[in-house]
Write a protein that binds this ligand. Structure first.
Ligand code: GTP
Ligand code: MG
Length: 300
């Protein structure tokens, strides 16, 4: 019988006691499991944090992670909340859609190159991002084992374009962190979660958890909600245990993440420059390949 099917207290105990030292090959240099939440704005990341704190604690429901709806600024507080001695959960800023500007920032956060609990200005400038990467070398972090968690509300449906973008994004998250993200489908009662589940399965996601968050308005404890939230935490730890069965090298992994990010930022920068040139030429004239194969710019 899977652990999460046992009485809730048993699972809760397992989560609270989980220690990296007790993994198959020991902690291998890691000292913390970092559950990194990411996803579109308003899909329930902060509520998931509050719900996890609620089911693991014994007290009343508290809205520790703010669930406000103001998304105006470009400043973000990447805030970490300690769930247990080993597990910390991170509330990353939500984004409106996967554009080049926002994905670069998300990969930097997932790679743990953006400091926790500090205000960070979002930028899409290549030099600024590279300089920030260099700054992160002052205090390099290679002791966190990251588990990416993609939070998605089933209230919204994905069109074909969004499915393609999400698939690519999820694949890049795996390259960035070495782990396939776990998908948490929120607002389970307010949409077709079997359809959403199917969409994510077709994208290659292995772990999909469907749940209803506790919220400020509705936090009456129910057995099923508690069970789903504990199952979510349990599954993340099963993933960690699986990874830790194999030899790992935290320093080497950090270098690989950095290489991936630099390549992503560089390719993005090149693409943007080309796009700018193309637009400029569009305004000024057009290009034509002449009979000798040379490119001529014909000015309007
Ligand atoms: N019914 C229901 N409401 C939810 C659920 N999850 C979140 N909410 C509500 O949806 C709204 C947005 O939730 P947040 O947790 O703030 O979403 P977020 O992803 O943190 O949003 P950003 O920080 O802006 O990116 C809040 O009013 C929550 O109370 C859920 O599973 N069920
Ligand atoms: Mg939030």
């Amino acid at each position: 019988m899977a652990e999460y099917e046992r009485p809730e207290d048993h699972v809760k105990d397992y989560i609270l006691r989980f220690s990296l030292d007790r993994c198959a090959l020991g902690s291998q240099g890691y000292n913390r499991v970092l559950l990194q939440l990411f996803g579109f704005m308003g899909h329930g990341k902060s509520s998931l944090i509050n719900s996890c704190k609620y089911v693991l604690g014994d007290g009343d429901y508290k809205a520790r992670a703010k669930t406000s709806r103001s998304h105006g600024g470009v400043t973000v507080n990447r805030k970490a909340y300690r769930l247990t001695r080993t597990i910390t959960i991170v509330d990353n800023r939500g984004y409106s859609r996967f554009n080049a500007f926002e994905t670069g920032e998300i990969y930097a956060q997932l790679g743990n190159f953006v400091p926790l609990n500090e205000k960070v200005e979002w930028t899409n400038d290549f030099e600024t991002m590279i300089s920030r990467l260099e700054d992160s070398e002052m205090d390099p972090n290679f002791t966190d084992l990251t588990v990416p968690i993609f939070v998605y509300s089933v209230k919204k449906g994905l069109n074909d374009g969004e499915k393609r973008e999400t698939k690519e994004f999820i694949e890049n998250c795996r390259l960035m962190t070495g782990v396939y993200p776990i998908v948490v489908l929120t607002h389970k009662m307010s949409g077709d979660y079997t359809k959403a589940e199917n969409d994510f399965k077709l994208m290659g996601v292995e772990q999909i958890i469907k749940l209803e968050n506790y919220t400020k308005r509705d936090h009456h404890k129910t057995k099923e909600r508690h069970k789903e939230l504990l199952k979510f935490l349990y599954c993340t730890l099963e993933d960690v245990k699986f990874q830790m069965r194999y030899p790992k090298n935290p320093r080497r992994e950090r270098i690989e993440r950095k290489k991936f990010l630099i390549k992503f930022l560089h390719d993005r920068d090149m693409k943007e420059r080309k796009e700018k040139d193309r637009r400029r030429l569009d305004r000024q004239g057009y290009m034509r390949v002449n009979s000798t194969g040379l490119l001529n710019v014909i000015y309007k």
